[in-house]
Write a protein that binds this ligand. Structure first.
Ligand code: GDP
Length: 462
């Protein structure tokens, strides 16, 4: 954004957007019902709710889905030390169920917050974008809304920008929480302007991203944040079908001393009950028992509920889609079929086939100077007039980092490093995640390398 545009945006009067209106309506006890005020992004959000998340042996007929509003699944992201963990602790503490139970929460990777109105929100409790990336890398788009925590006394930092890019490339709605507003040095207005500079269009500037000022230590503003999340969920028509076979996503798994292999899952569709036979990745299990995050036995888990499941043959992997099978023998044959399927295709192809990350090959550009990064990005854009074959997911100055590799892995992208190196550990991570890093000190050589890479997967447009 040019300095003139930026200045004009900052002078623009506050126009309450659809989200602010929705929040106000909710405060006075009115609701338009899910999806009635859809933005263009909301429409995409809704479409993704009804398109298959996985092609499998148990296809669920999406045309017969009976969708009902469900609690949104929220991931908290942001720069280190900006207060993600403190915010999650506060949210957990303020849940009605938590207060009643006396506050002993076990870590199962996600928790549900019940508000005094009875409404619920589900939070993934591993903050940060590594969790978000690794989930997406396996094709599971569990997060309905991302909360970007930015410390009011620190402002937008490197990881804040990375989170913005990641959330944007995933097409997930964003709500900003400007934290540490209790501190005398907090300057929320400055933070809002910095966010605008990195392309986050806050409602204050006429955009559609809600921003709430909070203190995760005193709890000030947290109810408004919860309200904003519920409004966002309503606008994006966050829905699930509580009937029919269960679809869930594995959050974590481990071997419990007394219970054997256990896995916490968040239900997407269907209502999970004891006795259900589940298949995830290359393992399966018959659910013998279910617990919530307070280790309270559960009888049933409707959509968006995090639940610890007992009865697995082996440990499923976090991010695996989990589907209900008709019987134990069906589950067994499904796992056998999967085991005999050849090794997975390369990241790019896989992402294209699952529809993740949009059309084309994503590119993460790293360079030694702002100028050189800009040139590489411009050349890429110029060589791709129709913009279909190559998309720049993220660009930045400096060496290739672990987070660049995570971002590339989750979006099926290739990394172009112009005049910068990557350490041994970054290269090892890239190998492990099947991410290609092309490095060169001559731009056209770098583009040649990219061309060869793309040619192997897509038609190259000159
Ligand atoms: P994370 O790395 O993003 O998870 O950050 P933490 O939640 O660990 O917080 C980092 C530090 O900031 C801790 O010392 C917190 O006590 C402090 N902190 C977090 N939120 C607030 C806040 O709202 N106000 C103040 N004054 N300190 C905060």
């Amino acid at each position: 954004m040019s300095p003139e545009k930026m200045a004009a945006a900052c002078r623009a009067p506050y126009v309450p957007g659809a989200r602010a209106v929705m929040c106000r309506l909710r405060q006075i006890g009115c609701s338009l019902g899910p999806g009635r005020l859809l933005s263009s992004r909301g429409k995409r959000g809704r479409a993704s709710q009804t398109t298959p998340t996985t092609r499998d042996l148990f296809p669920r007929d999406r045309s017969t889905l009976c969708l009902k509003p469900r609690p949104p699944v929220v991931t908290v992201m942001g720069h280190v030390d900006h207060g993600k963990t403190t915010l999650l602790d506060w949210l957990r503490k303020t849940s009605v169920a938590e207060r009643e139970a006396g506050g002993i929460t076990q870590h199962i990777g996600a928790f549900s917050v019940q508000l005094s109105t009875g409404e619920r929100l589900t939070f993934l409790d591993t903050p940060g974008h590594a969790a978000f990336s690794s989930m997406r890398a396996r094709g599971a788009s569990l997060t309905d809304i991302a909360v970007l925590v930015v410390a009011g006394d620190d402002g937008v930092m490197v990881q804040t920008r990375e989170c913005v890019d990641l959330v944007r490339s995933a097409g997930v709605p964003l709500v900003v929480a400007i934290n540490k507003c209790d501190k005398p040095g907090a300057e929320p207005e400055r933070v809002e302007e910095e966010l605008l500079q990195c392309g986050v269009q806050l409602e204050r500037f006429g955009g559609d991203v809600q921003s709430v000022r909070i203190s995760a230590v005193t709890g000030r503003g947290v109810p408004q944040l919860e309200e904003a999340l519920l409004a966002e969920a309503e606008l994006n028509a966050v829905m699930g079908d509580p009937s029919g076979p269960v679809e869930a996503v594995v959050i974590e798994s481990h071997v419990d001393r007394g219970l054997g292999p256990v896995a916490s899952v968040v239900v997407r569709h269907g209502t999970l009950e004891c006795g259900a036979v589940l298949v995830a990745g290359r393992t399966w299990g018959k659910v013998r028992a279910m617990f919530d995050e307070r280790r309270k036995p559960m009888r049933e888990a409707p959509p968006s509920t995090p639940v610890l499941t007992v009865g697995w043959r082996d440990l499923p992997t976090s991010g695996d889609n989990c589907l209900q099978a008709d019987s134990e023998s069906a589950a067994r044959s499904m796992v056998q079929h999967r085991a005999s399927t050849p090794a997975r295709l390369s990241g790019v192809r896989e992402n294209r086939e699952s529809g993740e990350g949009g059309e084309g090959v994503g590119v993460v550009v790293k360079g030694d100077m702002v100028g050189s990064v800009e040139v590489v990005v411009q050349v890429l854009e110029k060589r791709q007039p129709e913009g279909a074959a190559v998309r720049v997911i993220h660009s930045g100055v400096g060496a290739v980092t672990d987070s660049d590799v995570e971002l590339a892995a989750s979006t099926g992208s290739v990394i172009l490093a112009f005049g910068v190196s990557s350490t041994k550990s970054v290269k090892a991570l890239a190998r492990q995640k099947n991410v290609t890093i092309h490095s060169h000190t001559v731009i056209y050589k770098l583009l040649e390398l990219l061309k060869e890479h793309v040619k192997g997967t897509l038609p190259w447009r000159e």
